[in-house]
Design a protein around this ligand. Structure first.
Ligand SMILES: [Zn+2]
Ligand SMILES: [Zn+2]
Length: 255
């Protein structure tokens, strides 16, 4: 299994996951034009994709999902709550499969394990992906860590982990108080310290790749995220990858 990002942050998110011949896009917060260009950067054309799997209806995750799926006849997998919220006002929709946020399903050779997260959306989930050998966990857009999240992502080989903000930078930022409260709240986003605390709760002995993701361009710095995660793992800061809003990150292989 290998994975790569087309871009990560509040301006748009999309992650590519490949197992054997199956390639799946997780979220698509970019226009069809940008998505196609960034897929090409990763040696992929839209016709290679088997499906789009969606986490929740916020624009940085779904802005491009329906148009892109319609253009390339891709099936979209999402929860009922996400479907209701994201499809509102849209005349024509691609094929959508409603998923249970606690039940695993298969797309080709890829097992997809959704799990609910506390976030201010209708029925948000995040995912673990398995190919029979390895497990890739993805956790962004979660205001807090639940026991269930710790259980599902308990022993991953690869992790894409939200480090949305640094608490002090957010507190000192020019954001309105309401927005700061939303971001820092239980249904907002994980800050560096929460992401580090999560790592201390799970078994990281199998971890081959750790990518800090969904960083705020205003309220975080890549080096702060890397420092927090490295201190939790007791590893060098260079070992932690940080996903970029525009560049995403290149393919990472699980062996
Ligand atoms: Zn987001
Ligand atoms: Zn969100």
């Amino acid at each position: 299994m290998r994975f790569a990002s087309l871009g990560s942050g509040s301006q748009g998110n999309a992650l590519l996951v490949e197992a054997g011949k199956t390639k799946v896009l997780l979220d698509c917060g970019f226009s069809a034009r940008i998505t196609t260009a960034r897929l090409a950067r990763l040696g992929t054309v839209p016709g290679d994709l088997a499906a789009i799997v969606v986490t929740h209806e916020h624009a940085d995750h779904v802005a491009g999902v329906f148009a892109f799926a319609r253009n390339y006849q891709l099936t979209v997998y999402l929860t009922h709550g996400t479907y209701v919220a994201a499809s509102k006002g849209r005349a024509t929709l691609p094929v959508c499969r409603l998923i249970n946020g606690h039940t695993c399903f298969a797309i080709g050779g890829l097992e997809v394990w959704p799990f609910p997260v506390p976030h201010d959306a209708r029925e948000p989930v995040q995912y673990a992906f398995r190919d029979g050998q390895h497990c890739l966990g993805v956790l962004t857009d979660s205001g807090s860590i639940t026991p269930h999240i710790v259980q599902v992502l308990g022993a991953c080989d690869g992790l894409v982990l939200e480090c949305n903000h640094d608490q002090a930078l957010l507190a000192a930022s020019r954001y309105p108080v309401r927005l700061k409260q939303r971001i820092a709240g239980r249904f907002g986003h994980l800050e560096n310290g929460q992401a580090a605390a999560f790592l201390r709760q799970v078994d990281t002995r199998r971890l081959q790749h750790l990518v800090a993701a969904h960083l705020s361009q205003e309220n975080n710095r890549p080096e702060l995220a890397a420092r927090a995660l490295a201190s939790a793992l007791g590893c060098s800061e260079d070992w932690i990858a940080v996903a970029d809003q525009d560049a995403g990150f290149d393919w990472r292989q699980l062996r």
